[in-house]
Design a protein around this ligand. Structure first.
Ligand SMILES: *Cc1c(COP(=O)(O)O)cnc(C)c1O
Length: 398
């Protein structure tokens, strides 16, 4: 606003501050830039806008200085070049479909995929003329045998967030690239910290930022990250066409939590690993499925590719226990609460019936599976909590 001109009334002055931006402001936090309208100095600047350019903003839905700071940080963490934000991890998965999957295409989805991804794939199959085939996550380079001329996309999940198998990501990604098929991985588990799929040849990384990146169980957000500009622009175009965006307030919450993410991840990892080792010695337990333990399918890939595990693992109880008994064990936990999602400070546990969730592979275990998320409580208290509920609800079978 120029200095000259008529004296303005209070109502107008309340809308036209002289000092819109604060040049020279330097502080640790990224400012929260809320906006729908973004202002341009002249029409030439508007006409010069190119939607492919990630360094410029033109409308609050697409980018603000706050969301751009978060996108840049996430891309850097993942070793990628471009990131996009969506209002949930699931909507980041959905955006990959919206950008790339068309009627007549074939896609491959691992049998250990995140449940809502399966649900979406099945909807594409029933209502949108897409061929969806599920594959054994342990397939490795043999995925080559499954590829067809119309195969467009291979999903990968490493590890499966309930069943914990760790696929050979590099082998699957190498085949995909050699055959000109797009690969996308749900890497929420690794969070850009313990495994970097882009370095193993995967095209698109999806992360549910709702988990470790938020860390507070109070934000829903997701990201796609890639190093390929064309792929990024296709994702960006789909996101724009569907009107998908995130708020700067939510971005600032994630930006606030990111600096402590590695420290939290390591703390989750230490407690979860200690509890997993102890549970393996318990008479009530059949198998502990923790990628760092040799019983977990894909343990060799985990050892080769991952530098850490975070707080997630599963336990299969002895088949002698009924699901009602295991339910009572889970409900008998006091510190582990019942609920979906994970990645916050609070420990969680849920029982799962795996067989109905599988279509390509036979689930080998007869006992009930309980998925634990180990939070940031003192590990000794969590240990005591599990022990009291085991003793109360799972009587000795010998
Ligand atoms: C939670 C989760 C998602 C989805 O994230 P939301 O933000 O809850 O939509 C996707 N994949 C995996 C593996 C998850 O655990």
């Amino acid at each position: 606003m120029s200095d000259a001109g008529p004296k303005l009334h209070p109502q107008t002055l309340s809308i036209h501050p002289e000092d819109r931006i604060t040049p020279g402001w330097t502080a640790v936090p990224v400012p929260v830039a809320r906006a729908s309208t973004v202002l341009f100095p002249d029409l030439a600047s508007i006409r010069a806008m190119n939607w492919r350019d990630d360094t410029k903003w033109r409308y609050g839905l697409h980018a603000t200085p706050t969301s751009m700071a978060l996108m840049q940080r996430l891309a850097a963490l993942e070793g990628g070049k471009h990131a996009l934000l969506h209002p949930s991890g699931l909507s980041s998965i959905t955006n990959v479909y919206l950008a790339f999957v068309r009627p007549g295409d074939d896609i491959l989805v691992p049998d250990n995929a995140y449940g809502p991804n399966r649900e979406l794939a099945d909807w594409y199959a029933t209502d949108f003329g897409v061929s969806v085939r599920y594959y054994d996550p342990m397939i490795g380079e043999k995925i080559d045998d499954l590829l067809q001329d119309n195969t467009r996309l291979i999903w990968i999940e490493a590890p499966g967030s309930v069943t914990m198998e760790v696929p050979d990501v590099g082998a699957i990604a190498r085949v995909a690239r050699a055959r000109g098929v797009l690969s996308a991985i749900d890497s929420t588990y690794a969070a850009g910290l313990s495994f970097r799929p882009l370095e193993h040849g995967v095209d698109i990384v999806v992360q549910a930022l709702t988990k470790y990146q938020s860390g507070g169980s109070d934000v829903m957000m997701g990201a796609t990250i890639t190093s390929n500009e064309d792929i990024h622009c296709e994702l960006k175009r789909a996101r724009m066409r569907f009107g998908i965006g995130v708020s700067s307030d939510d971005c600032s919450l994630v930006l606030r939590s990111l600096p402590s993410m590695q420290v939290r991840y390591d703390a989750h990892d230490r407690s979860a690993l200690a509890l997993a080792h102890w549970l393996k010695t318990r008479p009530e337990v059949d198998v502990v499925l923790h990628p760092a333990l040799p019983d977990c399918p894909g343990h060799a890939s985990f050892k080769r590719d991952f530098t850490g595990a975070g707080g997630l693992f599963s336990v299969v109880f002895k088949p002698a226990y009924t699901s009602a008994q295991v339910d009572a064990f889970v409900e008998g936990l006091r510190l582990f609460k019942l609920g979906y999602s994970w990645g916050g400070a609070l420990s969680l546990a849920l029982p799962y019936d795996i067989r109905p969730m599988r279509t390509a592979t036979h689930w080998p275990h007869d006992g009930v599976l309980v998925r634990f998320f180990v939070g940031l409580e003192d590990e000794r208290d969590l240990h005591a909590d599990i022990e009291q509920s085991l003793l109360a609800h799972l009587p000795s079978t010998s």
